[in-house]
Design a protein around this ligand. Structure first.
Ligand SMILES: *Cc1c(COP(=O)(O)O)cnc(C)c1O
Length: 366
């Protein structure tokens, strides 16, 4: 999708805030911990290349979800280690080897296919994934993990890491977390050949279980300044939200009692009032369920009225504002602010999803 740079809807990304968040999280976890910045999904919508470049002096490596995301960083000249967190099929391995991308291997079936293809894995760096209870990818027993490590080494791979992922690190109830942690600790301690890197901590684990860091962390949402738990758990220290979303009024009019606004004519004015139109809609990731939520105009909350269309939405204004007046959808506006987590909560989802849905049509300004 082409970015709509001639339209006044923009996402501003504060790279300094991201750096500050990384530095503050690093102060909170044991010194010497290796930091992976998780920049998958275009750095949670913030721009993978820009975010990665800005963190070159602050992190040791990056995590992405697939090979294309890794190649994007290599093409941008980033030479640091990149770990793919998802499964890369053996048939796609050659590119990963050429570009020195570290991969995750999560099953003995994968190993079997690689063996059948008689792949030479020399110089390939691998992390093996343990499924300690997330139930997504990874081997689920010590025997499998030992076989996987031995098998990969036989084929020439350098098995440098072993990791797992928690399902409930962002929740107040610690039972499931503790079960996963004990399972993983026990398994790792009994591995016949323990890899150099052991990691289990996403943002939530790094923030609320900083004692359980092994020797590396994988930091995603928190570096972008958001609370992984939404509103459930208090942050141990403040984070700075890096992304704000702004547009401007491109049309302002007065409507009369009984006039309707938007598709389906779902909004009927009870009295005469001012309506403003913004050039942003569900094609930008500002989904239809944002009807009834609000935006900020000159420090005042204004309701989104009528349905959100593909490319436009309408708000009720307290008075007539000039065209070009700034409107904040995420971020500060005078004394008030709307956070991504507020948006997520109204939408019954998580802040991660709100960020990831912001489409490429919205230019990112740094
Ligand atoms: C996305 C992801 C992370 C980062 O999670 P955050 O909650 O954003 O910190 C870490 N590890 C794995 C395996 C992931 O998929």
């Amino acid at each position: 999708m082409i970015s709509s740079i001639h339209r006044p809807t923009v996402a501003r990304v504060d790279l300094q805030a991201i750096k500050d968040n990384v530095v503050n999280i690093q102060k909170h976890i044991p010194t010497g911990t290796k930091t992976y910045a998780v920049v998958k999904a275009n750095a949670y919508g913030h721009g993978a290349v820009q975010v990665s470049k800005s963190l070159l002096d602050h992190v040791d490596a990056y995590c992405v979800s697939n090979l294309d995301e890794a190649l994007e960083l290599r093409q941008a000249g980033i030479n640091k280690e990149i770990l793919i967190l998802g499964v890369l099929l053996p048939s796609e391995l050659q590119l990963a080897m050429t570009y020195q991308i570290t991969i995750t291997v999560a099953s003995l079936d994968w190993l079997e296919i690689a063996r059948t293809m008689a792949l030479n894995l020399e110089k390939l760096k691998v992390h093996i994934k343990i499924d300690s209870g997330m139930g997504r990818i990874g081997v689920r027993s010590l025997e499998e993990a030992d076989q996987l490590i031995a098998g990969l080494q036989e084929m020439g791979a350098d098995v440098e890491g072993v990791f797992t992922h928690f399902a409930t690190a962002d929740e107040a109830d610690r039972v499931k977390f503790q079960q996963q942690l004990s399972f993983f600790k026990e398994l790792v301690s009994r591995l016949a050949d323990k890899p150099r890197l052991v990691h289990a901590s996403n943002s939530a684990t790094s923030l609320w279980h900083s004692d359980t860091v092994f020797n590396a962390v994988r930091l995603g949402i928190a570096i972008y300044g958001l609370n992984p738990s939404g509103f459930e758990l208090a942050l141990p220290f403040p984070l700075k939200e890096a992304l704000s979303l702004e547009s401007v009024l491109v049309h302002v009019k007065k409507i009369s009692a009984g006039n309707t606004v938007g598709y389906g004519a779902t909004y009927v004015a009870e009295q005469s009032e001012y309506v403003g139109t913004l050039p942003i809609g569900y094609a930008d990731g500002w989904t239809r369920d944002m009807q009834g939520f609000s935006v900020l105009v000159e420090g005042q909350f204004c309701d989104v009225i009528g349905r959100v269309s593909m490319d436009q939405l309408t708000i009720r204004l307290p008075k007539a504002y000039p065209l070009g007046t700034k409107v904040t959808l995420i971020g500060k506006n005078q004394q008030e602010a709307i956070s991504t987590t507020d948006v997520a909560s109204y939408r019954n989802t998580i802040n991660y999803e709100v960020l990831c849905l912001l489409s490429d049509r919205i230019p990112r300004l740094y």
